[in-house]
Design a protein around this ligand. Structure first.
Ligand code: IDC
Length: 339
């Protein structure tokens, strides 16, 4: 190669590297929009801030608040934001399972509400969005506890009205033959109760069959603004066909929100499938869909992010995370421009 050609090649190379670095910086900046961006709203299929800038939420869900309340603490939330690069935390409050909001007594309800408020305050303190999740599961149909749900969301939206980092998830995973019609009628009752106190909070609505049938919602969406529809997946169980359903719903204009996913099988345990997990993340990033990983605990199950042998509730070293936890940590940090 003559000298002139060599110089030209080197210049092109330098330019390409410069551009690449520049693009990465811009991507990192737009990718990590934390709650300092203020209140969110839905535009088409996408979440935006007040300036119309795309905000993609990525973060983690607690395990059931009645089982693992200890992770809702100041140091842990700071670490999730500063070190993990999470811009959202989901507070999973079971309704029917062990000490659930509806299965437990009045003292339990009081302490759960207190814990949810603490979670919202800590999330706000560390610039994270936060999802208040009415975690129905074995109760199957959200109508089972509709009265309690309405009272809960009325009360919560009133006391949290000044926080613009809150999103409400009104029914985790309808199942057991619950139809989209059932869910719509429930949502049409609960949404106005929230809107009465907080007229524009983003509300996430579960979909039939453990929040998988977003196609049903796409065919007949709710009539409210700032509503998104839950799609949940567990990567070792749900693969191409559910990804297709998700993509079709997005193409049909449905704003979907992956408010819970795991990279193991649907039981929350079993094999960790990184190949399928990466396929999911690639698809969700392509459409700026937000996603929240299950779960922040050290339970002996593969979806738990903290190693079973680690009893800390903050200050986790990477080596103290489970296989799924390490994957989640690396994935979040990379997307937040921290790794
Ligand atoms: C699982 C927990 C497990 C707990 C069980 C209670 O991981 O420790 O004993 O709930 O029934 C969901 C649910 C979520 C499940 C999770 C894994 O939203 O509550 O958590 N999962 O089974 N949907 C699909 C999978």
């Amino acid at each position: 190669m003559d000298k002139r050609r060599m110089v030209a090649v080197l210049c092109t190379l330098a330019l390409a590297i410069g551009c690449l670095a520049g693009t990465q910086a811009v991507q990192a900046k737009t990718a990590f929009q934390d709650a300092s961006s203020g209140a969110l709203h839905v535009e088409g299929t996408i979440l935006c801030d007040a300036d119309g800038k795309v905000v993609q939420l990525r973060g983690v869900s607690t395990h059931g608040l009645s089982w693992y309340p200890e992770y809702v603490n100041d140091k842990c939330f700071k670490e999730l934001h500063d070190k993990w690069g999470a811009n959202v935390v989901r507070l999973a409050m079971y309704t029917e399972e062990y000490n659930g909001y509806c299965s437990g007594d009045a003292a339990n309800r009081k302490s759960l509400k207190k814990l949810v408020k603490k979670g919202v305050q800590l999330a706000a303190k560390y610039d994270m969005y936060v999802i208040v999740d009415w975690h129905i599961l074995s109760d199957g149909n959200p109508k089972t506890h509709k009265k309690a749900a309405k009272a809960f969301f009325k009360d919560m939206s009133k006391s949290l009205a000044d926080y613009d980092n809150v999103l409400y998830e009104i029914c985790n995973e309808p199942n057991g033959g619950t139809t989209w019609k059932d869910i719509k009628s429930y949502a049409n009752d609960i949404i106005p109760a929230i809107r009465a106190n907080d007229e524009d909070a983003v509300i996430i609505v579960g979909t039939p069959t453990w929040s998988q049938e977003v196609d049903k919602a796409a065919a007949s969406p709710l009539k409210y603004e700032n509503v998104m529809y839950a799609l949940h997946f567990y990567a070792d169980t749900h693969q191409d066909s559910l990804r297709k359903t998700a993509e079709n719903a997005i193409k049909a204009g449905l704003p979907i929100f992956v408010s819970e996913f795991g990279i193991c099988d649907a039981s929350g345990n079993g094999n960790v499938n990184k190949t399928q997990a990466n396929k999911w993340i690639k698809l969700l990033d392509k459409y700026h869909v937000s996603y929240v990983g299950w779960n922040l605990s050290n339970k002996s199950e593969s979806s738990a992010m903290i190693a079973n042998s680690c009893n800390k509730t903050s200050g986790f070293k990477r080596s103290e995370l489970s296989t799924a936890g390490k994957w989640m940590y690396d994935m979040l940090r990379k997307r937040a421009g921290k790794a």
